[in-house]
Write a protein that binds this ligand. Structure first.
Ligand code: C2E
Ligand code: CA
Ligand code: CA
Ligand code: CA
Length: 284
């Protein structure tokens, strides 16, 4: 027993080492990865719960690492935030996504204007170039500000002072939508919402998951119902993420949520996939 305990310990140790090496390796490889074009973006449709039409997509970045294959953002975004590379990486994601939105518009006008949602890291929020970079990117692509929605996590804005909110206000005044991402996971005061320049609440996946059982937990139902009615009374739209089943979609629609996103509709995929989905949708 002692020996196997020892082996287990060594194994755990070795795994920890491997993780640390990968972490270190990934961190040092990040800057060249951006130069070499190893990042790519997948798009996941945002669907109107009322009529099922595709209204836009969220841009989700991936890293095609030459040794490790495709890495999800959870593996490298924290590292990029730590080293500051998130600023140029985030700018790259924004530029690609906005250009993609332009391409969708040109190829499928009949699909209606598709909007693009892009995640913003807290480090980008405090970067002084954010507003000007965004204006430049939109202008270069010939895309109207109201086709863009920037997603900021609730936790990034908890206790935010006016300096942090100023760039978001500027963007909101220009017509860019600001969404509060992962809503319901932080501790933000609901009354605080009025202070924030947001126009969309993205309900965290944990709420969607609680709609899985049937009948759903009555307390969870009440909570979502309350959030939706508060959001609507403040003129905020409600998007739900992580919708995996038709039952969840139906429940969330009944609760008054506006837009949904999740595997039930489509996994994140290449931009052509969104073309197809939006087009199918537009032609019936
Ligand atoms: P998020 O913004 O909350 O994005 C939603 C995540 O849920 C995505 O994971 C998406 O693939 C996943 N998802 C979508 N539908 C379903 C579903 O039905 N079931 C389940 N279980 N999951 C679903 P992903 O792509 O791994 O991204 C993880 C996080 O990485 C994102 O969470 C976001 O916070 C961050 N991220 C992604 N792209 C960027 C980026 O360009 N910049 C920054 N700063 N963060 C990013
Ligand atoms: Ca998001
Ligand atoms: Ca989210
Ligand atoms: Ca999330």
């Amino acid at each position: 027993a002692k020996a196997s305990g020892g082996n287990r310990f060594e194994l755990a140790d070795a795994e920890a080492d491997a993780r640390a090496i990968t972490r270190h390796g990934l961190t040092t490889a990040l800057p060249t990865a951006l130069e070499r074009g190893e990042f790519f973006i997948e798009y996941q449709p945002l669907v109107h719960l009322g009529d099922g039409s595709v209204r836009g997509a969220e841009a989700l970045v991936r890293w095609l690492h030459p040794q490790h294959g495709v890495l999800g953002p959870d593996r490298f975004i924290p590292l990029a935030e730590h080293t500051g590379l998130i600023v140029p990486l985030g700018r790259w994601v924004l530029e690609q996504s906005v250009r993609q939105a332009r391409a969708w518009r040109e190829r499928h006008e009949e699909a209606g204007p598709l909007r693009i949602n892009v995640n913003l890291s807290p480090c980008q929020l405090t970067h002084p170039g954010l507003v000007q970079d965004t204006v430049d990117i939109l202008e270069r692509a010939g895309v109207e500000p109201d086709a863009l929605c920037l997603e900021v996590t609730e936790s990034a804005l908890i206790g935010a002072d006016d300096d942090l909110l100023k760039p978001l206000r500027r963007l909101a005044e220009m017509g860019v939508d600001i969404a509060l991402d992962d809503f319901g996971t932080g501790y933000s005061n609901l009354a605080n919402l009025r202070r924030l320049p947001v126009s969309v609440l993205k309900l965290d996946r944990s709420f969607t998951q609680s709609m899985q059982q049937f009948p759903a937990d009555p307390v969870d139902l009440k909570i979502v119902e309350g959030i939706v009615s508060l959001a609507h009374s403040l003129d905020l739209a409600v998007t739900v993420e992580g919708v995996e089943t038709g039952a969840q979609a139906e429940q969330l629609r009944i609760l008054g949520c506006d837009t949904a996103q999740g595997w039930y509709y489509a996994r994140p995929g290449p931009p052509e996939r969104l073309h197809e989905l939006a087009l199918v949708d537009a032609t019936g």
